[in-house]
Write a protein that binds this ligand. Structure first.
Ligand code: GLU
Length: 334
């Protein structure tokens, strides 16, 4: 009998210990994009850095494949996701209540964590479709991007800048992950994808049976667009280096682009945001090895391109590391 009571006590003690250990675990999610983009492996890279320190932070981060920037911003705001990766132009619009957020107004609970690599507005076409510039998209079947993606608005901006209306083309709204197959099957002539390079989708699109090329987005309409939309900057895609099977003749293709950012909500606990920021910045060399699109990252350029205020958890890290000097005053809330 005594043995039984003793055994029971030990069992209950272990159970309590188990509960205590479990209760400490904080599960966090990060919303990314399609699996053939760069957001998805980026979410994986961030999670890897944080989960490696499980003993210290008790954080378990998991990656979700999603529809992209707009979806991620909305899911972070509704609390469905803890973190999201999004384009700097979409963050600007959400914070200021523009475009997608026009009816709902400024999204003042949105917070920036840090910036990442550049994303280029990438126009990919079948080489035999007779498309050499944006103007040639007239009359073609063009995928603009799924609702929820970041590229949908970029595609609309580009078409508008070139004086092309939606009725001048046959628009499609499918996810980027499906576009290489559709292009190879001849079901679309071209697609827009705002994405870092290199990425799986464009590797897939350019290495099929049908020849495919990346179309430059340059000229007077682009110069005008750069004057009115300050978040756009010129960017080059090293097409020969990253996509040797593409039908392009030149080594690089010029276009414009934005920046990929990590965002969260005001309601996210400081200690979680702090841990993620610290692990990525303190081990940046290690982080940069996790994807070729991270090659040009520096602690300084990772603090550029943000619109929403910096989350206090991230700010704590920027203060103690001295990086605060790179942060524009308007991003620091009193
Ligand atoms: N920029 C795209 C978007 O916002 C996603 C790109 C990616 O998944 O790498 O939807």
């Amino acid at each position: 009998m005594r043995k039984l009571v003793y055994g029971l006590l030990v069992f209950m003690f272990m159970l309590t210990l188990g509960f205590a250990a479990n209760a400490k675990v904080t599960f966090v999610t990060i919303g990314t994009g399609g699996v053939t983009g760069v957001y998805y492996p980026t979410g994986g890279a961030i999670s890897k850095m944080v989960n490696a320190k499980f003993k210290q932070y008790h954080i378990k981060m998991t990656v979700e494949s999603t529809g992209g920037s707009v979806y991620n911003i909305n899911a972070v705001l509704s609390g469905d996701l803890d973190f999201g990766i999004c384009q700097s132009d979409r963050e600007y619009e959400a914070w200021n209540g523009l475009a997608e957020w026009k009816n709902r107004g400024p999204q003042k609970n949105l917070r920036s964590v840090f910036g990442l690599y550049n994303e280029s507005i990438t126009l990919v076409a079948r080489a035999d479709a007779g498309i050499n510039s944006v103007y040639d998209l007239k009359g073609k079947r063009v995928n603009l991007g799924n609702p929820g993606s970041g590229q949908l608005q970029n595609a609309k901006d580009i078409l508008k800048a070139f004086g092309i209306s939606l009725s001048d083309i046959h628009p499609e709204y499918v996810k980027a992950v499906e576009t290489p197959g559709l292009l190879q099957d001849g079901r679309i002539d071209a697609f827009f994808y705002t994405v870092g390079h290199p990425n799986g989708a464009i590797k897939e699109a350019t290495s099929g049976r049908i020849k495919v090329k990346i179309i430059p987005i340059t000229g007077k309409p682009v110069e005008e667009l750069l004057k009115t939309h300050l978040y756009y900057a010129k960017s080059e895609i090293p097409v020969k280096k990253f996509y040797p099977m593409a039908a392009n003749k030149k080594d690089v293709v010029w276009t414009i682009g934005v920046k990929a950012l990590v965002v969260t909500s005001k309601n996210e606990p400081d200690k979680v945001v702090y841990a993620i920021t610290k692990e990525v910045f303190d081990h940046l060399d290690q982080f940069k090895k996790l994807h070729p699109a991270f090659a040009t990252l520096t602690k300084k350029n990772m603090l550029e391109g943000m619109t929403a205020p910096i989350h206090p958890g991230a700010l704590k890290y920027y203060k103690e590391s001295g990086l605060i000097k790179y942060i524009p005053k308007k991003l620091i809330q009193q």
